[in-house]
Design a protein around this ligand. Structure first.
Ligand code: AMP
Ligand code: GLY
Length: 427
């Protein structure tokens, strides 16, 4: 049997985890990552390719030259730009949603209208492009209230305003100022939902789907879910908050109608669909947001638990045969802690020397994924807000937490910052 040659697009922790898992697949010959990072560079059977994630023409040329069998796209930007459409037109198997389907993440207004149209549970909202009508709307609202930039803002375009004054400045910053650039020139104002969050990720072929293992992320920067929202400071899988009953409700009231709805819209959803859920006290899930790709850092613990061949799952989703597949998971729990630069997501330095990674012993149950790292004069340095993700698998979430925190003690740099309570809600 011919084995698959894979190209992963992106350079973060999610892409390191996807490339690593793909490289272990029994049906994979080799994994390329464009552009990748020092972590993917070190993996056996994985090579970095020096092409930017948004250089679509060069990526297509590369795929043809190497006869790539499958492209897996990590981040949302290329998907929203239409990389899947471009590659499919060039005859390349590129896994992910079309630009039309990627609007579920690319525009919050699109996704809210979609949720409303198909009666999928979500928070009440209104959308605005002008400051005054948005301020007028505030008068009758209760607090806290949520203000969101319409477009892509790397998970940071959301402000939870505790009072009218905070709401006022968030609205003017986004609509008048340039807090989120073009992405913030349209906003939505949304009811604040209470409950516990979970990440519900499926792999869809346009018509059918399989659910990934459940997971939970920690979006706030500081312990106790305080501080500004980030891309995510840690994650674990499974997420106990997703009980059997919550799981079934999510499938019936959210996942099935979303897949059907996108078919009706003429934009069938192929790819990883990530519903960010808020689950209330009675166990009813509502959609906070859709992402049209895998979560970062949820990917890292989920890939640690995946035992099926990821390339086969993606190829069958492209071919519309996901219902013929099964996904096998390691029964163990996995917990991942993000090591960040102090000051992330606002102002942080880069270029600190990362010490101690080589002290971590090679154990199949612990793994350090790279995100914002680089090599300078042979030395590993920090090169982004989220730098590494330290993951550990163990029989319980509690033990996985202990093992992950033990492991990260080996690593240090000048301005290292991480939460010390990842997993606290589940343990
Ligand atoms: P989003 O990017 O839309 O998922 O928002 C980022 C984070 O903001 C979510 O993970 C929640 O923690 C919080 N958030 C967003 N929308 C709401 C809401 N309607 N009610 C409460 N929290 C929210
Ligand atoms: N961890 C949240 C996200 O990937 O958007």
């Amino acid at each position: 049997m011919n084995k698959n040659k894979i190209l992963v697009i992106g350079s973060g922790g999610r892409e390191h985890a996807l490339a690593w898992r793909l490289s272990l697949s029994t049906t994979v010959e080799h994994v390329y990552v464009a552009p990748g990072n020092p972590g993917t560079h070190e993996e056996l059977n994985v090579s970095n390719v020096n092409i930017a994630a948004d250089n679509y023409q060069d990526l297509i040329v590369f795929c043809k030259e190497k006869a790539i069998d499958l492209v897996v796209v990590g981040p949302e930007q290329p998907l929203c730009d239409g990389i899947v459409d471009l590659m499919s037109d060039a005859g390349i198997n590129c896994f992910g949603p079309s630009a039309a389907a990627a609007q579920l993440e690319g525009s919050k207004t699109y996704s809210k209208q979609f949720l409303e149209k198909y009666n999928i549970p979500t928070a009440e909202y209104s959308s605005f492009t002008q400051v005054q009508p948005a301020l007028d709307y505030l008068v009758k609202q209760r607090y806290p209230i949520v203000i969101k930039a319409d477009g892509l803002a790397a998970g940071k375009g959301v402000v939870i305003a505790e009072n009218e004054q905070q709401a006022h400045s968030a609205i003017t910053d986004m609509l008048k100022g340039n807090a989120f650039g073009e992405a913030g020139h349209k906003i939505i104002i949304e009811e604040f939902l209470q409950g516990e969050e979970a990440s519900f990720i499926i792999i869809a072929d346009g018509q059918d789907f399989l659910a990934m293992a459940t997971s939970q992320d920690h979006k706030a920067r500081d312990n106790g879910d305080k501080g500004p929202n980030t891309g995510g400071m840690g994650a674990y899988s499974p997420a106990p908050v997703v009980s059997k009953s919550v799981y079934n409700k999510t499938i019936e009231t959210i996942v099935k109608p979303s897949i059907k709805g996108m078919q009706s819209e003429g934009a069938p959803f192929v790819g990883f669909l990530y519903a960010g859920l808020m689950i209330d006290q009675s166990g009813n899930p509502k959609v906070l947001e859709f992402n049209v790709r895998f979560g970062d850092p949820e990917t890292q613990p989920i890939m640690m638990r995946l035992q099926s061949n990821l390339d086969e799952l993606c190829l069958s989703a492209i071919n519309g045969t996901i219902n013929q597949q099964k996904i096998k998971w390691d029964k163990k729990a996995c917990l991942g802690i993000v090591l960040a630069e102090k000051g992330y997501p606002e102002h942080y330095q880069k270029g600190s020397k990362i010490m101690g990674l080589s002290n971590i012993k090679n154990d199949p149950n612990t793994k350090v994924f790279h995100a914002g790292t680089d090599i300078r004069s042979g030395q590993l340095i920090t090169n982004g807000g989220r730098v590494l993700c330290v993951c550990a698998l163990d029989n319980t979430l509690e033990n996985a937490q202990i093992k992950a925190y033990e492991t990260l003690k080996n690593i240090s740099w000048d301005s290292l910052y991480y939460r010390t309570d990842i997993g606290f809600k589940a343990i």
